[in-house]
Design a protein around this ligand. Structure first.
Ligand code: GLN
Length: 237
């Protein structure tokens, strides 16, 4: 990676891409380019090898069975693990988040082996969590309140190797009052929205991690601010 170019890898769009999560790619590309940082995005289907030279890897949500298939293929492929060893940023949503953990619940609740890239373990909850979600982000990350929507059966237990991404203000998230998890530059969340469209602060955090920069020049935020305000007001007012 050079300091003014990043490679984004959109992992398994054929299995993991529900609720417009591909918008996360688009917003990263746009926010990088507006700052003069060139981007190259590769869409890697589940019958292709995951390249190891990406700077940011994105995984989206998925139905139960595609999620199981994706976990199996990613484990056999090993590319995501190697990229992580090289210091790549990984950002995963919902099914993608769960499968980064050591274990998640399959369609009948059976335990399925995950990738072990995050110290989390997911199972099936009693009730499906559907609706808007709002969270206050770990102050260490310096990102404003996050908003998204969730639609999942899974509940997620965080191990000592990760920190919660946020504390839930509204919604369910992991199921214990926290939402998402991160360790080093690997982060997962239950938030669709798409998450990085609704939360440009989170998008910029990933870009800063990838570029190894403490700061990025600010951008005009008219549409994203309106969207955030509208969504936050819808659940908190
Ligand atoms: N299948 C997982 C669950 O229900 C993930 C769902 C999703 O990605 N929206 O918990």
């Amino acid at each position: 990676m050079s300091s003014d170019s990043i490679k984004i890898v959109w992992v398994y769009p054929d299995l993991l891409s529900t609720y417009g999560d591909q918008g996360n790619c688009i917003v990263l590309e746009r926010r990088a380019r507006l700052r003069g940082i060139s981007t190259r995005t590769v869409h890697v289907r589940s019958d292709e090898n995951v390249p190891v030279d990406g700077d940011i890897y994105l995984l989206g949500g998925g139905e139960d069975r595609p999620q199981i298939l994706a976990a199996r293929r990613l484990r056999n492929d090993g590319g995501l693990h190697r990229a992580r060893e090289f210091g790549a940023v990984i950002f995963a949503v919902c099914a993608g988040y769960q499968l980064l953990g050591t274990e998640f619940g399959g369609e009948e609740g059976q335990p399925v082996e995950g990738l072990g890239l995050l110290d989390i373990r997911s199972g099936r909850g009693e009730k499906r969590a559907v609706g808007e979600i709002v969270g206050d982000v770990d102050p260490a990350l310096n990102v404003p309140r996050i908003t998204g929507f969730e639609n999942h059966q899974g509940v997620t237990h965080l191990g000592p190797g990760v920190k919660p991404l946020a504390t839930v203000v509204h919604g369910v998230g992991n199921g214990d009052g926290t939402e998402g998890a991160y360790a080093d530059h690997v982060m997962g969340t239950y938030m669709h929205g798409p998450a990085l469209v609704r939360n440009p602060g989170l998008a910029d955090l990933l870009l800063r991690w990838a570029l190894k920069r403490d700061e990025l020049p600010p951008l005009p935020e008219s549409w994203s601010e309106r969207l955030r305000e509208e969504r936050l007001n819808a659940v908190l007012s």
